[in-house]
Ligand binder design. Sequence first.
Ligand SMILES: Nc1ncnc2c1ncn2[C@@H]1O[C@H](COP(=O)(O)OP(=O)(O)OP(=O)(O)O)[C@@H](O)[C@H]1O
Length: 271
Amino acid sequence: MTNRSPVDGAAGLRDDQTPLAIETRGLTKRFGDHVAVDGLDLSIPRGSVYGFLGPNGAGKTTTMRMLTTLLPPSAGTATIAGTPLSERATVTRSLGYLPETPPLYDELTGREQLSYVAFLHDLPDAVATERIESLLTRLDLREDADRPLSTYSKGMRQKVGLIQAVLHEPAVLFLDEPTSGLDPRAARTVLDVIEDLVDEETTVFLSTHILSVVDELADTIGVLHEGRLVAEGSPGDLTRRAETGEERTLEQAFLEVTADHATAATTGDSP
Ligand SMILES: Nc1ncnc2c1ncn2[C@@H]1O[C@H](COP(=O)(O)OP(=O)(O)OP(=O)(O)O)[C@@H](O)[C@H]1O
C-alpha cells in the first residue's frame, strides 16, 4: 500500500500534477432502460491500488469492461494512463485485465496460451520466454505448463489468467476477483505478486467481495451501489465514523453505506 489519497483532477493530471492512471468523467452505461453505471467520476493516481466494492449487480464488471475497451460507454469519458478509451490500440497496450472467467483456449497448453498472448503483444521471443517461465515458477504452474488447459482446475486457470494479464507489463491492471477459486496458499502468492507489481509502479484496479483483500492492498476504496459511487476514501477513512471518530470494520462500513443508499433510493432522498 502506498498511502495515497483520492484526488480531483483533469486531463490525466491531478491538481498537484501527479499523473493519473485512470480518470473518468460522467462514465455511464445503459442497457435499455436500465442504468448499470451512472455518471462515474474517478481520479486514480499512478502506482496506487483502488479497491472497487459493491453489492451484486452494482455495476463493477460493467465499469471494468468499459475501462478495458470491451464495452462502449453510453456517455461520459475516460482515460487510461492519459490516453482516451477511443484510442483503443494505444489504450490496450497500457492495460491488462483479469476478468472473473479468464479467456483461455482449452485446446492449448498453459505454456502455449501464454506464448500466444506474448505474440499478440509483440513481445520479443527471449523476453516472452523469460517472463513466462518466471511467472509460471512464481505461481507454481511449471509442472503443469505442458498440459492442455481443458485439464486445469479453476484455480490454475485463474493463475494463467493473471499471468496473461501482466505479461506485457501494463501500466494499469484490472482485476476482477483475482483470488476467486484459489486455495489459501495460492491466494497468498497471487496477492504477493500483485504487491510486487505495485512496488514496480503498476496501478491496480481491483474488484472483489473479499473485504480482507481490499483492506490489505487498497490505498483507496470506492463503493459502488446501483451504478453510483456512494463512498470513497482510504480504508481508514471508511472505517472511522465521521461523526464520532469511532472505529468500525470494513464490513460494517460497507453494509452501512450500501444500506443508507438503498434506503435513500426507496425514499427518494438524495444520497
Ligand atoms: N449485457 C447486459 N445486458 C443487460 N444488462 C446487463 C448486461 N450486463 C450487465 N447488466 C446489468 O447491469 C447491472 C450491473 O451488472 P454488473 O455485472 O456490472 O454488476 P457487478 O457489480 O459486477 O455484480 P457482481 O458483484 O454480481 O459480479 C446488473 O443489473 C446487470 O443485470
